[in-house]
Design a protein around this ligand. Structure first.
Ligand code: ADP
Ligand code: MG
Length: 703
């Protein structure tokens, strides 16, 4: 008890802090308590205590010093890739040094002298150690720093904080005084046994060493231990929530497949389902027939046919006397789902309605009534569906399309729509790599449609520059003369950004000249338009009254125009990779050969080059997702931002992939053996988990 109290002491009571700096800690770093500061880890350390031998490097992370000689150097690469590469050796080995900046200066330095003490962070690249932009110290003048300094933690600060006296130096002093005060009350979170068998350092030692390590080895063990805690307890939390759901929360039992499903399947389905679709329907049907409440993620690349899969599942719900709803992230997409589903069900006795923010009051009232009386079988709409006043008679299944726009919170709201929570199916076209899925959607089960409908030709993707624009126009004319339609998409980073709208309008003017009336008709859609206007333009395109549709990314998600076979993306370098892939997925839905043309300027960063070439080289969504992840890190992947599952201080879902998998397994076996964590040996785990769960967004949902 003691320990908890001391750790939750408000930060201003700490020596050297006081009310003013306390306020700064809160505002600038969100540090409120002793414990928060304890978990404010330095971003790196300066180790000037020792000169290492090159052969001693075993881990990345810390900055070190070597003493030796530059044996050779050369300048390689061109333009942005230009760099000076040198080989640096001591008597035990050698390491590569790289400079991208100040090349000239370094070259002059190397012409004067070859003996140095170098200081920097060794990293492993292609299995070889190298160091970028090391500090080059003259051994003659070095004596000072050689003996005086130890491992110094460096902390992120901000301009405001620095002004208020919280620069990295002061923070490190304050942390030191914190550590002296609390070092004996840092609670352990793992059983001794587990720490021993996994050779993990104690939590106390780790939390001290992460700030003030005695040496590199201790630092690296501290990092490992703290990463382990983060990942292990995240997995435990997720699995525990899943367990609680399945134990406490009973689900609707969909026991039969009845007339409605069968009639539709045998008489109104205009194509044969892919094996992947069939497999997924079987999987989900079993789940919904188990008596447990289903929470499932359905992944399938763009165009894999998720909608029809969802529709069939909704029909099963109706067969069992339940209503369902389908929620889409945009009005246009919701509208399209509504129209296509109404059409497909037109010969059947199923009532489908549409609800969005723009539904008129009278209509709204009518819908609410019919929902409560159970007259409506399927309600399709936008997030208006999760509003409080939308009350169902017996909601059995909720389908959420293109999940990346919906967060955990919204999912939780849906749960409360019924005394028995409905089954929830979340559909996404963003293929999330396994380690990430495990964590971001760790509380969901996973189904994957890993096959496209037959007869789809792979989309041909080309990267064009401004000089190819005439060629592009010629190509578009040819396609249109063959009866095809064309999307042209302009980037829009912020819906309010004037320049983006300007680019779109300029594009519209140019296109109107090149593709004049009456031979051609061009449509225009952007975020500033009213939804009726947008809708009108979209409908014109869907009906093939316009051959070219210019738009901002409002068409990014989901809409289906099989006759459109060309996707032109302007300023493609400004789009993220998964966004590009989503956009490309708008074509290639009919039987014709489809094309995606990426237009870009000539000046490209190496990252945007990699993005565009990934697009040209592959159509595979999973491959794209993996490349995206490597390029950007998990925080930016769509769907992960809102998840709230990625606030890792120290672990990295990509770099620590193996530890993610390992801790997941360990969490599984731990809970299998001791689901309530009531065994004595798991006491520490149980205590810490309780503390974490108390803070969790999910808590309100399950308690
Ligand atoms: P997404 O998974 O991207 O949401 P959709 O559900 O919009 O894909 O399906 C894309 C198109 O493929 C739609 O026109 C749909 O009717 C069609 N489709 C779906 N399944 C099949 C299938 N098994 N065979 C042929 N066409 C299919
Ligand atoms: Mg879709």
């Amino acid at each position: 008890m003691m320990s908890v109290d001391l750790l939750s002491t408000p930060i201003e009571y700490l020596k050297g802090v006081g009310p003013k700096r306390g306020e700064l800690f809160k505002k600038e770093f969100n540090i409120r308590t002793y414990s928060d500061l304890l978990h404010y880890y330095p971003y790196r350390h300066v180790d000037k205590s020792k000169i290492y031998k090159i052969s001693e490097i075993t881990s990345e992370g810390a900055f070190v010093q070597f003493k030796g000689k530059v044996t050779s150097y050369e300048i390689v690469g061109k333009q942005r890739g230009r760099r000076l590469v040198a080989r640096f050796a001591d008597e035990t080995g050698s390491i590569e040094l790289v400079w991208f900046n100040s090349i000239k200066w370094i070259e002059e330095l190397l012409q004067q002298r070859r003996e140095f003490i170098i200081f920097g962070k060794p990293t492993l690249f292609n299995r070889k150690w190298n160091m970028t932009h090391p500090e080059m110290i003259d051994p003659q003048t070095h004596h000072d720093s050689l003996f005086s300094l130890h491992f110094q933690p460096l902390y992120n600060s901000s301009e405001k904080a620095k002004k208020g006296g919280l620069d990295t130096k002061n923070i490190s002093k304050i942390v030191l005084s914190l550590l002296t005060q609390i070092k004996d009350v840092i609670p352990e979170t793992l059983p001794d046994e587990m720490m021993e068998s996994l050779r993990l350092m104690t939590r106390k030692e780790a939390l001290i060493s992460i700030h003030y390590p005695e040496n590199n080895e201790k630092l690296s063990k501290a990092i490992t231990r703290l990463k382990f805690d983060e990942l292990f307890f995240t997995q435990l939390k997720l699995l525990k929530m899943k367990l609680i759901n399945s134990q406490r929360v009973k689900g609707h039992l969909f026991s039969t497949i009845g007339d409605i499903f069968n009639t539709f399947y045998h008489h109104h389905l205009s194509f044969e389902l892919t094996n992947a679709q069939k497999k997924v329907i079987r999987e989900i049907r079993t789940d919904m027939g188990s008596g447990k409440q289903m929470n499932r993620l359905l992944q399938g690349d763009v165009g894999s046919g998720k909608t029809i899969t969802a529709l069939l599942l909704m029909l099963i719900a109706i067969d069992n006397g339940f209503q369902s709803c389908l929620m889409a992230p945009t009005e246009i997409l919701a509208q399209q789902h509504f129209e296509s589903i109404s059409k497909q069900l037109s010969a059947m006795n199923v009532t489908v309605e549409f609800l969005s923010g723009s539904t008129k009051t009278a209509k709204r009232r009518e819908i609410f009534e019919k929902l409560e009386s159970g007259e409506i079988d399927i309600l399709i709409g936008t997030h208006a569906l999760i509003e409080k006043e939308v009350v169902f008679k017996n909601l059995g299944l909720v389908v959420i399309d293109e999940q990346h726009r919906f967060g955990v919170e919204q999912r939780a709201k849906l749960w409360r729509k019924n005394s028995t929570p409905p089954h929830v199916l979340v559909m996404t076209a963003t293929p999330i790599p396994r380690t990430l899925a495990m964590t971001v959607y760790g509380d969901l089960d996973l189904s994957v449609i890993d096959e496209l409908p037959k007869g789809r030709k792979p989309i041909v993707t080309r990267h064009f520059f401004e000089k190819d624009r005439l060629k592009l126009f010629g190509f578009l004319k040819k396609q249109i003369s063959e009866g095809r339609q064309v999307f042209v998409v302009y980037p829009l980073i912020e819906e309010s950004e004037k320049t983006d709208l300007f680019a779109l309008m300029a594009g519209y003017d140019l296109m109107s000249e090149v593709f004049p009336l009456p031979q051609y008709a061009i449509g225009l859609v952007h975020g500033k338009m009213k939804s009726e206007e947008k809708d009108y333009e979209m409908q014109r395109f869907i009906k093939n009254e316009t051959q070219i549709l210019l738009s901002t990314t409002v068409i990014e998600v989901g809409i289906d125009v099989p006759n459109a076979s060309v996707m032109v993306i302007e300023n493609a370098e400004r789009f993220g990779l998964s966004q590009l892939h989503q956009l490309r997925g708008r074509v290639g839905r009919g039987a014709e050969q489809s094309y995606c043309i990426l237009m870009s300027g000539n000046k490209l960063t190496s990252e945007s080059k990699q993005r565009l070439s990934a697009m040209v080289n592959t159509n595979d969504g999973f491959e794209i997702a993996n490349i995206d992840l490597r390029l950007r890190g998990p925080g930016d992947i769509q769907g992960t931002q809102q998840s709230g599952m990625l606030d890792f201080k120290i672990a990295d879902l990509i770099k620590d992939e193996r530890m993610v998998a390992y801790t997941r397994k360990l969490a599984q076996t731990t809970l299998q053996e001791d689901p309530d964590l009531s065994l004595e040996k798991n006491r520490r785990i149980a205590n810490y988990l309780k503390e974490i769960m108390r803070k969790s967004a999910y808590w309100g949902m399950i308690s």
